[in-house]
Design a protein around this ligand. Structure first.
Ligand SMILES: [Zn+2]
Ligand SMILES: [Zn+2]
Length: 326
């Protein structure tokens, strides 16, 4: 599992920083959070593969977070992509892509689903393909989980910004510890489907005896999964603190330094100190500051120093920064 910063600038890209985008490599797929303009170049530079199953999560409709999405989809159509794609975001996400379909001829021959999160009606509105503006289905949300897979789920929260904005959390499900094949062999269990069941923590019946893989030391006990929270743009929001509780990593915007706290509040953005306070409140293990204003081109370290006073385990994002999560 690897986290890669593809863009770390706010609003105006500079030579060293592209606009917002974060990739998470997990098993055989890629999860992307926001698609700042031209992020596809960083995507390629990071060595990410274009024909992988992907899920994209758009935080909000400000240009610096979404303008890169159509360009990326155009590239995928040139690439003969076959792997499935899901794109999540606020209402009107489908319309945004439909305009590119109608006017610029954007195509997607691979399976693509666009899922709009209707926060106020607590519904997920799902479109299939780019051709029909009629939703395929509408799903009532039971809680804040917008996607659920075998190994992880994605939750969202509405946060405070100048337009509807969502933060997202990647939450890995608890995992069993390492599989010990020797132990299985010693118990006489042949290498078969039974091994698969044991690896998944199932109690099996073998030679008339019930075998609990954890008790027998065939696999290690369950460990809690990893959690990564991505803030989007926001001013400090309790909903983010709830969503991100106990995150291994919080990726939080820090558009301004504390000296510009008034401007940050007025624009509904955060300072580095706000980000650090949020990380502390949610008991995160590590904070990554991102969405750095171009005014800090030569002195971004000031943001880092301010945040570290409050939350020592802070780093500042730079493009193509890679973090492996054990
Ligand atoms: Zn922004
Ligand atoms: Zn914004």
């Amino acid at each position: 599992m690897e986290l890669i910063i593809l863009g770390s600038a706010a609003a105006i890209p500079i030579k060293e920083r592209n606009l917002s985008s974060v990739a998470l490599r997990y098993k055989n797929q890629i999860l992307l959070f926001d698609c700042g303009e031209d992020f596809q170049r960083k995507f390629a530079e990071a060595g990410l593969k274009f024909n992988k199953p992907m899920k994209i999560f758009i935080s909000h409709f400000h240009g610096d977070h979404i303008i890169g999405l159509p360009g990326f989809l155009f590239r995928l159509s040139l690439n003969d992509r076959t792997a499935p794609m899901m794109i999540f975001g606020p209402r009107n996400l489908f319309l945004y892509l439909y305009v590119h379909r109608k006017i610029l001829g954007l195509k997607a021959k691979y399976p693509i689903k666009i899922i709009e999160i209707d926060h106020y009606n607590q519904e997920l509105i799902e479109f299939e393909g780019l051709d029909s503006e009629i939703p395929k289905k509408t799903i009532k949300m039971r809680n804040d989980t917008i996607y659920e897979a075998k190994y992880f789920s994605i939750r969202y929260a509405l946060v405070e910004h100048s337009v509807i904005t969502f933060a997202y959390a990647f939450i890995e499900k608890p995992r069993y510890g390492k599989f010990n094949p020797e132990r299985a062999r010693n118990l006489g269990i042949p290498e078969s489907n039974l091994w698969k069941n044991l690896q998944e923590g199932q109690i099996i019946e073998f030679n008339g005896k019930m075998i609990d893989p954890v008790k027998e030391g065939i696999i290690g006990p369950k460990k809690s999964g990893r959690k990564i929270t991505y803030s989007g743009d926001l001013k400090p929001s309790d909903s983010l603190v709830n969503l991100g509780k106990d995150s291994d990593i919080l990726i939080h915007e820090a558009t301004f330094s504390n000296a510009l706290a008034d401007l940050a509040a007025e624009k509904k953005h955060s300072t580095s100190i706000d980000a650090a306070n949020e990380a502390k409140k949610m008991n995160a293990k590590q904070l990554i500051l991102t969405h750095i204003s171009s005014r800090y081109q030569d002195n971004a370290l000031i943001l880092l120093e301010e945040a570290k006073e409050i939350f020592p385990n802070t780093i500042i994002a730079k493009d193509l920064l890679r973090i492996t999560l054990k």
